[in-house]
Every structure is written in structure tokens, then in C-alpha cells.
Design a protein around this ligand. Sequence first.
Ligand code: PLP
Length: 412
Amino acid sequence: MLERASKVIPGGVNSPVRAFRSVGGGPLFIKKGEGCRLIDEDGNALIDYIGSWGPLILGHRPKCVIEAIEAVLEIGTSFGAPTEREIHLAEAIRDAVPSMEMVRLVNSGTEAAMSALRVARGFTGRDLCIKFEGCYHGHVDSLLVKAGSGLATLGLSDSAGVPPAFAATTISVPFNDLNAVAAAFENHKGKIASVMVEPVAGNMGCVPPAPGFLEGLRKLCTDNEALLIFDEVMCGFRVSFGGAQGLYGVTPDMTAFGKIIGGGLPIAAYGGKAEVMNYVAPVGPIYQAGTLSGNPLAVSAGLAMLTYLKEHPEVYTTLEKRTAALCSDNLPGVTVNRVGSMFTFFFTTEPVYDYESAKKCDTKRFAAFFHHMLEHGVYLAPSQFEAGFVGLAHEDADIEATREAARQFFAA
Ligand SMILES: *Cc1c(COP(=O)(O)O)cnc(C)c1O
């Protein structure tokens, strides 16, 4: 299948990390998902800690989501006109996350981050954005930047095809480094529209915010009249029902959501203060649109997911307990980072608090670990720099089997 796919799809995959390039070997083609397991085309059952890269907090095919989708199939798959259920989803997001006074639905996390950034620029009348090394906000042109050569310098693109002028609108600084953010504001006075951050970083592996980091960003943004944008595409409805902002009690001006809010279908959202969101068309001058935005299937799936999570707050305590158990072994040469049901086994003995410290990992040994786990029926993300996810469908026995497989690797 990989051979055939590679002839018509670059690398045989529709998103690069799926190709297993950083651990070697080829991707497994998946036939179906059931509970916490994936079944591949060869019939192997694997305990899945990727969960479609975050959305599947209830596991594969949860009854509430499947029933919601089935009900919509009876009435239509797309109308290109407003529907009542879009109000319900927007209200459900606002009720869970009060800073989302107004919400616009889009189709992917990339679109949500890109649109939030445009709105921040349109609202402030400024061009520059501060982001953090190792944080990922989708494949937005201006946000695909690598670290600058010095602190608080303008970014260089990390991808071919991005005009240098786009990358130069982004200032990339180390995660958890408030001094670097303050210096960037100082060096570019009155020019910074926004600070965009994953409040719990997940795209360099799981890296929690240091105590005071998010509070410090809030203050710097307020002092400099820039908008604080939380990219909660991964951590929203994951680290708590109210997202990272609920967990840490820091209120951003705007937020991007995705992944869990679609219940496994393609949907995302951005929003925030009404004062800011009223700049979005058709009310205001900032253009943003989508043919399939608010798609009835995706909205229903997302609404079913959020409704379930709201009605079952114990999900989060169960996930906390199970993920804590999964991460409780003392594995030699490994530093474990975890926030709720997001975790990463970093193959380094030193603490991991930003991208530089994450890069110290022994990625070869991680690759060997990855393949050992796969052979023992455990499907981890095929890269050291990804978060793993535990979902409600992972039973205690699945967690125990995973720990046993990991212990065998370190005993060998
Ligand atoms: C996954 C992710 C995105 C991109 O979402 P897509 O739906 O893949 O476009 C953006 N930001 C964060 C924090 C993510 O984890």
C-alpha cells in the first residue's frame, strides 16, 4: 500500500509525521479503530496513544458521537447556510471557556490559528507576532519559522516556499523565557500585534508552562497593548474542560481550538473578546470565510463530544489517574513530562522546559523504544517531539500492558 500510495500522494501520507521518517520504517495503514485500539491492514491490534493526534479523548467511535453523526446523515451533509446547531456549539464553547465571548467556526487548527493572527493584526493595526520555538500553530506561512540567530530577532522560514518577508513578521523566542519576550517587546516597541503560545506545549513533546510564565505573558501583553492568543488546539478540553486557561487561571484575549472540539471530524474554532471579534466580517473589516465552515456533521460530532465531557466531569479525574499510573515507572535515562492526559517520555536525564532542552534527547534510542513498543502492540507517536494521549477507552489493563512492554525495553 505504501508503494502504491507513494505514487499518487507525496510520501504516501497526507500529513508528514505519519510517514515514520524520524523513527525509520514505514507507516502502518489502518483499517479501523475500536475503543483504545487501532486495527491495521494486517490485522494487528494496537493500543493507540495517538488518538488521531489528540481529538479522540473518548476513544474510537464513542457511542454519543456516532449517534449524533447518524442523526445528521438523515437530513443533509452541508447547507452553506446557518443552522441552529452552530449556535449550540458556539454556546457550549463559550460556557466552558468564558473568554470565548464570540466564536467563529473553521475547518482546521491551522485555519483557526491563521485567522486569530489576522484578527489580532487587524484589530491592533500592527504586523509583528511573537511565537515560541518548538510551538506549532499549523502550517501557517508566517508561523513556520525557526529560531532567530539571537534573542528577539525576526524569524527565518523553516519551510521552502515561504517568502522571507512573511517569516520576518514573526519573532521567535524560547518557551518559558519571559525575559526574551520582554526584550522582543522592547526592541519592537508599538509594532507587536500578538503573542501566540501553546499554553501547554505539545508539539515539541509535552512541555508545561513554568510557574508564572503564562501570568507574565498576560502582563507583558496588557502593558504593551498586544493581544495574547492561546493556541489551545491540542490542550483545549484536554488538560481540563476549561482548557489550559481554566487550569492555570490565565485569561487570553483570543483562543484557537480544534482537535477535541470536532469529536474526530474536521472542525476548529477561534474567538475571544466580543470587542475584538466584532472586527471580523461581515460585522467588521477583517475578511475570513469558509464554504464548509460550520459543517453539520462536524458540528454535531463536536457538540456530542463537548456535551458528554460536560455531563461527565469525572472523565478528567479518571484520565489523570490512568495517565499518572502510565507515567509512574522510573525508566532509566528518561524524563517524563505530563499535564493531565498529555505526556511525553523524553530520552534525556535532564529536565525538558523548552525546545533546546528537548533537542538534547537521544532520538536514536527513542526510535528503538518506539519500534519495541510497536512490536509489543503499543502505538506511540512516531517522533520524540510529540505528545501522547490517554483516552477514556484506555482501561487499567491496557495501561498495565503498556507499562510492562516499556519495562521490558529497559530491562533488555
Ligand atoms: C494540531 C495543532 C494545530 C494544527 O491543527 P490542524 O487541524 O492540524 O491544522 C495548531 N496548533 C496546535 C497547538 C496543534 O496541536
